[in-house]
Design a protein around this ligand. Structure first.
Ligand code: NAD
Length: 390
């Protein structure tokens, strides 16, 4: 079996799906790795390092697609909504495709992928279980994102983060508030603390309190309780608008007292709730910074512009998307390790084994045999359920 690694084509994307150090692990399982020339360069991995670890380099993208049995990408068509379409004619019946597919994004795109006959797995759908932890690319990328969010916010803040006692007087530490203590939020707390900021955090899920405190953050208690805050998979459930309105009201004071607000509150498959309004931004001190990790999914701040850094009412609002790609060396390394664990799970005796009894395979499989086969994806696009064959 040949695993093909095309160069990422989304504008500005610096990551690569596999890095040289994982190649020998795949080789042991009978998987040969074919890399498009220059695919790892932007992330700091040279062609010579790939060949040094046993991979083959091919000059043309088309050849990677033509020769590989399994194509691995970071942003496949779907999550790559700019240039991803160009890959569609290169995919073929029976070939496997693994990567970020944005499976709930567009029914038309998912159907186009299905129509190629490709067996596509979406890493976003990896179950959040202990068994699948080593394959959880969403968590890896969220970790990088949470870290970089704090650095990007610190870079824009006209203040220092740590408390300093110097001959020129004492500097008070920055106050950082993190809203949404999931994987990205928790890493943001840890990073802000390492930089010396006084860090607090809030989340609707009661379980988050202990995690925030274990990282040295102060948990902001609001006198409201979300109904069924957490679903069976550990994700936050969407709340009604009256809950969000009350939440904004209560969060207002904490936001106004913060120098930096990092918002990372998302609901899987849904538009992110607005938690910071224009009035709340107006009440912040000039020079304060909001970094909206949820920017790509509509944003948690009313004034966020996805992909942009804007200044409103004296506050810098950072809506940068794809933060993980700005730390491409380690983001690629983590992603490659996740993919390797997934590939080793999928390949049995040198063949791709699509065992639908296995939750990891069943949950991540999106298209097969020309059809969109994932029940959650079908349901989200109101497609009728598939009748099992035979
Ligand atoms: P996510 O990216 O879906 O959401 C980020 C955070 O935003 C969540 O903590 C959520 O509760 C919070 N949020 C949503 N609405 C909010 C609101 N109105 N106000 C404040 N906060 C709000 O989350 P994630 O990072 O993917 O993690 C989701 C859960 O999955 C967490 O419990 C995490 O610990 C768990 N998880 C488990 C595993 C595993 O067991 N292998 C792996 C990764 C994550």
């Amino acid at each position: 079996m040949i695993v093909g690694v095309p160069k990422e084509s989304y504008p500005g994307e610096l990551r690569v799906a596999l890095v040289p150090i994982v190649v020998p692990h795949l080789a042991k399982a009978g998987l040969e790795v074919l890399v498009e020339a220059g695919a790892g360069r932007a992330a700091g991995y040279l062609d010579s390092q790939y060949t040094g670890h046993g991979a083959k380099i091919v000059p043309r993208r088309e050849d990677v697609f033509a020769k590989a049995d399994i194509i691995v990408q970071v942003l496949c068509y779907g999550s790559n909504d700019i240039t991803g379409k160009d890959d569609v004619p290169l995919l073929r019946n029976g070939q496997a495709l693994i990567g970020f597919l944005r499976p709930f994004g567009s029914a038309q795109v998912v159907q186009q992928i299905a129509a190629t006959g490709v067996t596509a797995f979406s890493v976003e759908l990896m179950p959040r279980t202990t068994r699948a932890q080593s394959m959880d690319a969403l968590s890896s990328m969220a970790t990088v994102c949470g870290y970089k969010a704090v650095l990007a916010a610190a870079d824009r803040l006209p203040r220092l983060f740590p408390m300093l006692t110097t001959a020129a007087g004492t500097i008070t530490p920055a106050r950082v508030l993190i809203v949404g203590a999931g994987v990205a939020g928790l890493q943001a707390i840890a990073t802000a603390r390492r930089l010396g900021a006084v860090t607090s955090a809030y989340d609707v899920r009661p379980a988050a309190k202990e995690q925030v405190q274990s990282l040295g953050g102060r948990f902001v208690e609001l006198p409201i309780e979300a109904k069924d805050a957490q679903d069976a998979r550990g994700y936050a459930r969407a709340q009604d608008e009256s809950f969000y309105a009350r939440q904004r009201e209560l969060l207002g004071r904490v936001v106004a007292e913060s120098d930096v607000v990092i918002t990372a509150a998302v609901i899987p498959g849904k538009k992110s709730p607005v938690l910071v309004t224009e009035d709340m931004v107006r009440a912040m001190a000039p020079g304060s910074v909001i970094l909206d990790i949820a920017a790509e999914r509509g944003g948690n701040c009313e004034l966020t512009e996805a992909g942009k850094i804007v200044e409103r009412h004296g506050v810098t609002i950072i809506g940068l998307i794809n933060l993980a790609s700005t730390v491409p060396y380690h983001a690629s390394q983590m992603y490659a390790r996740n993919l390797t664990a997934f590939l080793l799970h999928l390949v049995k005796d040198g063949k791709l084994s699509v065992n639908l009894e296995d939750e990891i395979v069943r949950d991540t499989l999106v298209t097969r045999g020309g059809e969109v086969v994932n029940p959650r994806v079908r349901e989200s696009f109101s497609m009728p359920a598939l009748v099992p064959r035979g």
